[in-house]
Design a protein around this ligand. Structure first.
Ligand SMILES: Nc1nc2c(c(=O)[nH]1)N[C@H]1C(S)=C(S)[C@@H](COP(=O)(O)OP(=O)(O)OC[C@H]3O[C@@H](n4cnc5c(=O)[nH]c(N)nc54)[C@H](O)[C@@H]3O)O[C@H]1N2
Ligand SMILES: Nc1nc2c(c(=O)[nH]1)N[C@H]1C(S)=C(S)[C@@H](COP(=O)(O)OP(=O)(O)OC[C@H]3O[C@@H](n4cnc5c(=O)[nH]c(N)nc54)[C@H](O)[C@@H]3O)O[C@H]1N2
Ligand code: SF4
Ligand SMILES: [Mo]
Length: 695
């Protein structure tokens, strides 16, 4: 099926191209890419002169040639010839592939109406044009909407509930902090540049690095203080810290009076949230909680870097809000190197009307929850919003067969005979294997796009640097070609990708493509006053909200606590499911991307469950033994590793391994739930009660 890589347009000499890492990582590194005389990419380096990247990138992207020049890249459109999932396909022409896809969509629409077609995508590429253009087709055709809940929803709801705005102190200020708190992000694995700036602060000013996590991960191992708590208990820790800050005179009452909503009510509420109370919930010692609170109280210039991981629980939005509140009790927002940061999404003020086709949105079209693709495809009426079944899928930039929760349902859904699936991919993923039509996709060096950083403040140009292998085509071209066949109309279908970039930059008030080509990136950092909310927070009364209006953050706020608290909405362990499972990210994979590159797979070895030695002993499980993890959603077998860097009753499985890497061909998301976390949905990937036994 896969012809060997045939490079197109060889060049005579090596050169260096400038780009941005397209992967779904908050760092969005500025890259320098060697291009060999044969037209293929070689070594990839981080740009030294980009003030956030600072010459550092992760190992998996430094080895990108292995992925781009991989012998298993998809190079031709394919038609399924065997049963779904069999992997039996025959090459066909692009015209035939697109004609068949369009015909299937038109037939489905005729039978059930436009909402039966569900364009489904995520962030395999973070380029705005190539990632989001699928929405333009969706809106122009009135296909079902996608409520994107698989990643950021919970974390954002929590942060914005507090500040009103998704931005914060300049991430480069970490280097000027006296204490960097890395909370619920395994930065060494998931966004290595946080470490660059935190370690600079330690080297240059003796700053302390604190990590709050549920296992002694690679980041915690570099910390001066690590708080390894029970999953889903960060709200309790944050409350006890604030209790101590009030109790011991560290609270900045003047700041709170000026900039927050209900400080007196918060103080009264926290009276009972003592370190003893939190110790029983979190499993941390009272002494550790006191020490952490004292460190924050005595170190005004503390930068709280809030990750996604601790928000991937059913109480995740509440926990994110609670941790953010600490910076308002100490008033650390006021200082350079201080405050609480999660993501810079709002500073870019994009006008994405052209890319997304926002001028064609029909608000009456149903929105389907991305994380509930299992229930949706298996006909759950509530998940379908009581509308027609989904009988046609167009998938770009995502691998839901393996990354979405409740994998058994997802698989059953994809197996349906009455479902037509077209997958546009770089590799034959588990999802591509379920497709009727597979289309080969370009990689970032093979098409034009523009990128914005979430964990920093640049927009970066990622121009086409090399020719695509085989017949691979960019997402934008596929969307435009399908639109033509489907009779969809929008100006965006008639433009090239770089014209889309140019127009979007202009409509958003940013420098043009020519400027970005010469500058390579543009620094969008707002001024200090704005970034630190010194003129007020982004609510009408300009106050930070200790008492958030959860109903304003999503449709399902029932029962959410009025003030920061330990909210017991998590999937608690019980007699039948005595363990809590966290599916934290593996270092050498990025979701399921890079699972195909041999060096990454070799470094990760095999799917592994980290189990506390005392728990293992009680169950007579030995190191390296096969174990079963299970709950009412499914069962998964994998190998145990005895590991004392977790609390009793907690199991960690670094992810996301393909299903095929597991003993029974079924991976970790068989155990995770697709229920929508409050208030606005979101998958609680790290919030699972499971049983554990020797297999
Ligand atoms: N190498 C690698 N890099 C990646 C990814 C990857 O899969 N691998 N994924 C990319 C994507 S899509 C994203 S969104 C980002 C996410 O990056 P992060 O913000 O780092 O979020 P997570 O990866 O979900 O988890 C981070 C940490 O949260 C911890 N955690 C889980 N539950 C809790 C809890 O209840 N409390 C606390 N305090 N900690 C908890 C986990 O143990 C883990 O160490 O990373 C990106 N970068
Ligand atoms: N158990 C567990 N599950 C999780 C998580 C977890 O922590 N634990 N994390 C969750 C999170 S945070 C996220 S964001 C999701 C992510 O899940 P996904 O978005 O599905 O991420 P990947 O598995 O990396 O799949 C991206 C796919 O896009 C393809 N791709 C890349 N670039 C392009 C392109 O330009 N065009 C096309 N057509 N395809 C392209 C890649 O080859 C890859 O197969 O997973 C979630 N699932
Ligand atoms: S750290 Fe993140 S943004 Fe930087 S190269 Fe690696 S995956 Fe890409
Ligand atoms: Mo993500």
């Amino acid at each position: 099926m896969n012809a060997p890589f045939v490079p197109v347009k060889p060049q005579s000499t090596s050169s260096v191209g400038y780009s941005a890492c397209p992967h779904d990582c908050p760092s969005t590194c500025a890259l320098e890419i060697d291009i060999a005389p044969d037209g293929r990419i070689g070594r990839v380096r981080g740009a030294e002169d980009n003030s956030y990247t600072a010459g550092v990138i992760c190992a998996k992207v430094a080895r990108y040639a292995e992925r781009a020049n991989h012998k298993e890249r998809l190079l031709q459109p394919l038609l399924r010839t065997g049963p779904k999932g069999s992997g039996q396909f025959s090459p066909i022409s692009w015209d035939e592939a697109l004609d068949r896809t369009a015909a299937a969509f038109l037939a489905a629409e005729k039978k059930y109406g436009s909402e039966t077609v569900w364009p489904y995508y995520y962030a395999g590429t973070m380029g705005l044009v190539q990632r989001d253009g699928i929405n333009r087709l969706r809106h122009a055709k009135r296909y079902s909407g996608q409520h994107s809940t698989i990643c950021v929803t919970l974390a954002r709801a929590g942060y914005i509930a507090a500040t009103g705005h998704l931005s914060g102190p300049d991430p480069r200020e970490m280097a000027k902090s006296d204490c960097v708190v890395i909370w619920g992000t395994n930065a060494v694995h998931t966004q290595v540049n946080v470490m660059t700036h935190a370690i600079r602060a330690r080297k240059e000013r003796g700053a302390r690095i604190v990590v709050v996590d549920v296992y002694n991960n690679a980041t915690a191992q570099q910390a001066d203080m690590a708080l390894i708590l029970r999953p889903g208990t960060d709200g309790a820790l944050a409350c006890a810290v604030m209790h101590v800050l009030f109790r011991d005179g560290y609270a900045d009452r003047d700041y709170m009076a000026r900039h927050t909503d209900v400080p007196a009510e918060l103080e009264a509420h926290l009276k009972t949230r003592t370190p003893e109370w939190a110790s029983a919930i979190t499993g941390l010692s009272v002494a550790k909680i006191e020490a952490f609170a004292r460190l924050l109280g005595e170190t005004k210039r503390h930068y709280i870097r809030l990750g996604y991981g601790f928000a991937r629980s059913r109480n995740g939005a509440v926990n994110m809000h609670a941790a953010t509140c600490i910076a308002s009790v100490t008033g650390s927002w006021q200082y350079e190197g201080g405050g609480a940061f999660h993501n810079n999404g709002a500073i870019f003020h994009w006008n994405k009307t052209l890319i997304d086709g926002l001028d064609a949105v029909d608000p009456n079209i149903r929105m389907l929850d991305q994380s509930q693709i299992g229930p949706v495809l298996t006909g759950d009426a509530k998940a379908l919003k009581n509308g027609p079944p989904v009988t046609a899928l167009l998938i770009q930039n995502t691998n839901p067969m393996e990354v979405a929760p409740e994998s058994l349902l997802v698989k059953r859904g994809f197996e349906r005979d009455d479902l037509f699936t077209c997958v546009h991919e770089q590799f034959m993923t588990a999802t591509a294997k379920m497709a009727d039509i597979v289309l080969p996709a370009t990689m970032f060096t093979e098409h034009d796009d523009i990128y914005q950083a979430g964990g920093q403040q640049h927009i970066l140009l990622g121009p086409k640097l090399v020719e695509a292998p085989g017949e691979a085509r960019e997402n934008h071209a596929v969307i435009c070609d399908l639109a033509k066949r489907l009779g969809a109309e929008h100006p965006g279908f008639l433009m090239s990708a770089i014209e889309m970039v140019e127009a979007t930059l202009k409509n958003s008030g940013w420098p043009d493509v020519a400027t970005l080509r010469s500058q390579r990136w543009h620094d969008c950092q707002p001024d200090f006053e704005t970034a630190h909310f010194l003129g007020g927070f982004a609510w009408p009364d300009r106050k930070f909200r200790f008492a958030p209006d959860w109903a304003a953050m999503g449709p399902d706020a029932a029962g959410m606590p009025r003030l920061p608290d330990h909210w017991t909405s998590i999937e608690e362990a019980d007699a039948e499911h005595p363990f809590r499972l966290v599916t934290a990210p593996a270092r050498n994979f990025l979701n399921t991307s890079f699972t195909e590159t041999p060096s990454s797979a070799k470094r990760e070895a095999r799917p592994t469950a980290f189990i506390h030695p005392d728990d293992a002993a009680a169950l007579q499980i030995t190191d390296g033994q096969l174990v079963t993890l299970g709950n009412r959603r499914g069962e998964v077998r994998l190998h145990a590793k005895l590991y004392d860097g977790v609390q009793h009753g907690v199991v960690i499985v670094e992810s996301i391994w393909p299903h095929a890497a597991f003993v029974d061909g079924m991976g970790i998301n068989a155990l995770t739930g697709a229920d929508a976390a409050q208030p606005n949905g979101g998958a609680a990937f790290h919030d699972n009660a499971v049983w554990l036994r020797a297999a």
